[in-house]
Design a protein around this ligand. Structure first.
Ligand code: AMP
Length: 441
């Protein structure tokens, strides 16, 4: 499949695609759209960044625009369930783009946002409802969303939905839908629980999978910098000060460290503006931060995994893993924020010695080795050499009684001397905490 017109899409959609600059369908779009237009149940395996949103949004819009009757109050015709607010908002945006010339109403509802505007939209009547599971359940319980008209049920990022503990909500919802409806499920992986869920939700489904060489986009350059914990922050500042990082997403483990790191970046790297994104920020503030990042008002966004899910900002040049993710799958989601839709991207991970096992898990998950880049100003000093005995046991080298000066001129002395120097230099660097890193550009 090479062009969208071969997918039997209607003119207003082809026009919107052209306006968006989407010339050819991505693999998942090419394989899913024809089946979804036929109304088949579908299980799609697709990574974030591969165009899966448009793969289910385009056929849904086309179907609804053909069959459309005026939407009834509180009775959506299609429900799209997403695990997080950000992803739900992103899907809403995609629907908005493709319904510019088509008379269809949609709304997005999620927790943390006020009920008033959501109720108004629901009462007015909508064709497509995009929702997170918790808030949708609230509306169903209050009677402000009724399910009798639902013809299509789409479950996006089903694996994430299960990880977040929403399985009961999903099953309850599915059981309440009218007998005759289309169900579409998308997931990044086909784990046993996803298989089980798909069996319970889907009827005679087609199975589509984006052909992929690798679990992460091939356009992303991955590298890891080994660094001692005490030099990690200085290394980050050094990286941010280098030229060419127009839009950088930095991932950290805790909410508190997002805010702390933002303050450090702004005070230590000249000319760089940064902002934090984490789950404790009110929804409105999170949306404001993302809009501002998209507009380019600041160049470094420091985020936790939860908040970063669903971020779709074009032109993210670098993803920096300040902390390696505890769950290796999150590495895939994190780096998927760069190198989107064929663009190139750079993923740099800072790895402390105690995080090495996390790096190994990441490598297993992405099925490739991550290149270790030693060319940076805070390299990790190699641990003491161990001596192997003939029996295969490992014994530490015996401490030599020779003094430093006695070793002078003997093999090994130069190395020892260089090592000492390095430690000193690195310590000195980290000691000058308030130093300003100048951007190279
Ligand atoms: P998704 O995997 O749905 O999150 O989409 C990832 C990115 O790809 C989004 O920024 C889309 O706007 C973009 N995109 C989707 N379909 C296409 C296409 N056919 N050609 C180019 N870009 C696309």
């Amino acid at each position: 499949m090479t062009v969208f017109s071969e997918l039997n899409l209607i003119e207003p959609l082809l026009h919107a695609l052209e306006k968006q600059g989407f010339e050819t369908p991505t693999p998942i779009q090419g394989s899913a759209i024809p089946h979804l237009l036929e109304g088949r149940d579908c299980m799609g395996i697709a990574q974030t960044g591969g165009g899966k949103t448009a793969a289910f949004v385009l056929p849904l819009i086309q179907k609804l625009s053909h069959e459309r009757t005026r939407p009834k109050s509180s009775k959506p015709t299609a429900i799209i369930l997403a695990p997080t607010r950000e992803l739900a908002a992103q899907i809403g945006l995609c629907i908005q783009i493709f319904t510019r010339d088509i008379k269809l109403f949609h709304t997005v509802i999620y927790g943390g946002a006020p009920y008033g505007p959501q109720l108004q939209a629901l009462v007015r009547g909508i064709d497509i409802l995009v929702a997170t599971p918790g808030r949708l359940k609230d509306h169903i319980n209050r009677g402000t969303v009724k399910l009798d008209n639902v013809q299509t049920f789409i479950l996006d990022e089903a694996d994430r939905m299960l990880d977040m503990g929403f399985i009961e909500e999903v099953q309850e919802l599915s059981a309440k839908l009218p007998e005759d409806h289309q169900t579409v499920m998308f997931s990044a992986t086909m784990s046993p629980p996803i298989k089980k869920l798909s069996k319970s939700l889907l009827k005679l489904p087609v199975f589509v999978e984006a052909p992929r060489e690798s679990i992460v986009a091939e356009t992303i350059d991955h590298s890891v910098l080994m660094v001692a914990q005490q030099h990690k922050k200085d290394l980050l500042m050094h990286l941010l000060a280098l030229e060419g990082k127009e839009r950088v997403l930095v991932f950290v483990r805790t909410k508190a460290s997002t805010e702390a790191l933002v303050a450090d970046i702004e005070s230590e790297v000249e000319g760089i503006k940064a902002a934090a994104l984490h789950g404790d920020k009110p929804q409105r503030a999170r949306e404001r931060t993302l809009r501002s990042f998209k507009r380019g008002n600041f160049s470094v966004l420091v985020a936790t995994d939860v908040a970063a899910r669903g971020i779709d900002v074009n032109g993210i040049t670098h993803v920096i893993n300040y902390d390696l993710p505890m769950e290796p799958e999150n590495y895939v989601h994190r780096v998927g924020r760069t190198g989107r839709a064929g663009a190139s991207g750079i993923a740099i991970s800072l790895c402390e010695p105690r995080e090495k096992h996390l790096l190994r898990s990441v490598e297993q998950t992405i099925e490739q080795k991550v290149r270790i880049d030693v060319d940076h100003p805070f390299p990790l000093l190699s641990p003491k050499k161990k001596k192997h005995t003939s029996a295969g046991q490992v014994k530490p080298l015996k401490k030599t009684k020779k003094t430093f000066s006695k070793n002078k001129g003997k093999p090994g002395f130069k190395d020892a001397k260089r090592t000492n120097k390095k430690t000193h230099a690195a310590d000195k660097r980290s000691a000058s905490k308030r130093q300003k890193f100048k951007r190279a550009s």
